[in-house]
Design a protein around this ligand. Structure first.
Ligand SMILES: Cc1ncc(COP(=O)(O)O)c(C=O)c1O
Ligand SMILES: [Zn+2]
Length: 440
């Protein structure tokens, strides 16, 4: 195996303008910046992505309490704007584990966060930073979940919130959340990447504080997914998982988990050989990260036309690729693309285990199955699949993947007659294959 580079990079010593042991470092040129004096999302010198850095690396002994703020020793504040978030289940999925044929299959269900996705972990930190830098309007571009989370946390913090969504491409549950929490919803005639271009312009012009994952503090909150997985898995199994499989859109989680692992390695709490292999999954119709991994590119090439039923990951220009590609490579992981049909199948597979997720989340399981079938994942592996959003986020997709309701007469005997009939044409053979019918 190639030598794994798990260094954080840049100077580990706090620069003069660090604030209470926290500062920002450019991942490209190493320039450092004060964390909260000015609003800044990328490097002033080279436009590279920024990363939060701390004078002290965390160890497992530092963590106490519950949820995201259990990990405050590895975060820029002691407490944030909280609903509260984190502390999500690490489900067992025994039938799926047997079926896919791995030693251990666990499902980290991030859909169990307050607004139904992992984005809440980023927002509890990001909105706290917004208060610190003193802004009055928050904004994000979103495939849906970011807007739902930002709207809730913005409301909680009493800050005006603006969300830019690709018109007609956001699942109903997510728009409903943003709407009820009181955000202004701007529907853009373009895809997510176009929305992000506009919101970045607005942020550059000082019109709003950007809370997409380009904002390095969002990823600090999302890093806690990694800490939680390691702690829980170790508690149950006495070892760390071999691999974490996750859906990839903007590649924020991939970058965040990689950072969590590197910080633990830096603090001596995790041996480099115990770092799980980060394995990214994209939909075939939106797979620039997979293309970059397969072809050994330094950065992703923007896909202008993206399409997938997993609308949450319908993204052609993953802004965190410069952080996430090394994360996949340096942990010995890989990336794989899956079809929408396989995503729907995986959504059903998870539902059969009682775990209700939205399509993008099921991509992780579809990807694991594909890699296992190809022999790239071995039968002896301990695997955690990350499911990022709740089933109710996209009720339309769930209804399409599941069984239709059966109309019955208002009469018990007739209901029994109906139940005695034979169930035919059970679904499961692809997107349009759901033909659940009943004969008497
Ligand atoms: C449900 C869901 N899964 C996955 C993703 C992609 O996450 P990331 O941008 O961290 O790759 C998103 C975010 O857009 C999402 O909403
Ligand atoms: Zn720079």
């Amino acid at each position: 195996m190639a030598t794994l580079n798990l260094e954080l990079g840049g100077s580990q010593a706090a620069p003069e303008d660090a604030d209470d042991g926290v500062w920002l470092t450019c991942i490209e040129c190493g320039e450092t910046f004060a964390p909260f004096d000015d609003v800044r999302y990328t490097c002033d010198d080279c436009d590279g992505l920024l990363e939060a850095r701390y004078a002290d690396a965390p160890t497992f002994e530092d963590f106490e309490g519950r949820g995201v703020w259990r990990y405050s020793e590895a975060l820029p504040f002691e407490q944030g704007v909280t609903l509260p978030e984190g502390d999500t289940p690490l489900h067992r999925a025994p039938d799926l584990e047997d079926d896919i044929d791995v030693r251990n299959l666990r499902v980290k269900h991030e859909g169990m966060n307050p607004t139904g996705s992992f984005k809440d972990r980023g927002m509890t930190v990001g909105v706290r930073v917004a208060q610190e830098v003193g802004v009055d309007r928050l904004a994000c571009a979103s495939t849906g979940n970011t807007s739902a989370a930002l709207s809730a946390y913005g409301a909680r913090a009493n800050l005006e919130t603006l969300v830019l969504l690709p018109a007609g491409k956001v699942a109903a549950g997510k728009v409903a959340q943003a709407s009820l929490h009181g955000a202004r919803i701007l529907e853009v005639d373009g895809n997510f990447d176009a929305c992000l271009d506009i919101v970045q312009d607005l942020a550059q012009r000082g019109e709003a504080y950007l809370l997409n994952s380009l904002n390095p503090f969002r990823l600090e909150g999302q890093k806690t997914i990694g800490f939680e997985i390691l702690e829980r898995f170790y508690e149950d199994e006495g070892r760390f998982p071999d691999r974490i499989v996750l859906p990839v859109g903007n590649a924020g989680n991939t970058a965040a988990l990689y950072k969590a692992f590197r910080e633990l390695v830096q603090g001596g709490a995790l041996a480099p050989g115990d770092v799980p292999k980060l394995t990214g999954v994209q939909a075939e119709g939106a797979a620039p990260m997979v293309e970059a991994i397969e072809n050994g590119y330094e950065d992703t090439e923007r896909w202008d036309d993206v399409e997938t039923r997993a609308t949450a990951i319908r993204i052609g220009n993953p802004v965190n690729a410069p952080k996430a590609l090394p994360g996949i490579r340096n942990t010995g992981g890989t990336a794989v693309a899956v079809s929408d049909e396989r995503i729907t199948e995986a959504q059903r597979n998870l539902a059969e285990q009682g775990i209700g997720v939205e399509p993008a989340s099921a991509a992780s399981v579809a990807g694991l199955r594909k890699l296992r079938l190809a022999g790239e994942v071995g039968p002896g592996e301990d695997v955690v699949c990350l499911t990022t959003g709740h089933l109710l986020k996209d009720p339309e997709a769930a209804a399409e993947a599941g069984a239709d309701p059966e109309p019955v007469p208002n009469d018990t005997d007739k209901v029994l007659d109906h139940l005695a009939g034979k169930r035919v044409g059970v679904g499961g053979d692809g997107l349009l294959g759901k033909v659940l019918g009943y004969v008497r």
